[in-house]
Design a protein around this ligand. Structure first.
Ligand code: FES
Length: 181
């Protein structure tokens, strides 16, 4: 609500007020998303975590495709990587990475990359899930908010984001089913 609307005798609610409210809501969402890495480090109890898992059937996802699922109200990107994408991720020298981490520490099975789809700069959702999306200079994801480029391991390569896309806790329940959380 704007000052005008909250003051006695202020002008009636207008389209301008609505736009201010909308902007406020989006700011709130962005802040919540940006806080995620910090909240995660607070180590919630096991019973809380048990209530917040997401099971995903990977069967429909073809090589080269990606889907987005929601886990704990956050988007999680699941990409079935091509051989070329895996090779690029595995062969990148650690010295080239702002947040050095080998690909092998970010995946359980190289074909499946699973990351939280929240930019580590200010919490936007990067592009790269749809075939028509830009994927940035390194073939992963591109965050247009301020120009962060992530590679095929979800690692930050260029732009203001300080950290790699977060890998959520997950496990394979069988060959084609994962449980996130
Ligand atoms: Fe992604 Fe700023 S939020 S680059």
């Amino acid at each position: 609500m704007t000052d005008d609307a909250s003051e006695p005798g202020g002008k009636p609610e207008s389209r301008r007020d609505f736009l201010y409210l909308t902007a406020g809501l989006f700011t709130g969402v962005g802040t919540a998303l940006a806080l995620w890495p910090f909240i995660d480090s607070m180590d919630p109890s096991a019973d809380v975590l048990a209530l917040s898992t997401t099971e995903v059937d990977l069967t429909p996802i073809e090589v080269g495709q990606a889907i987005t699922v929601i886990w704990q109200k956050k988007p999680v990107f699941i990409r079935r990587r091509t051989a070329k994408e895996i090779k690029a991720a595995e062969q990148t020298p650690l010295a080239d990475l702002p947040d050095p981490q080998p690909d092998s520490e970010r995946v359980i099975k190289p074909e499946w990359l699973i990351v939280v789809g929240v930019c580590t700069h200010l919490g936007c959702i990067p592009l790269g899930q749809k075939p028509t999306d830009p994927r940035g200079d390194y073939g992963g994801w591109f965050c247009p908010c301020h120009g962060s480029h992530y590679d095929t391991s979800g690692r930050i390569r260029k732009g203001p984001a300080p950290k790699n896309l977060l890998v959520p806790p997950y496990e394979f329940l069988d060959d084609t089913t994962i449980k996130i959380g």
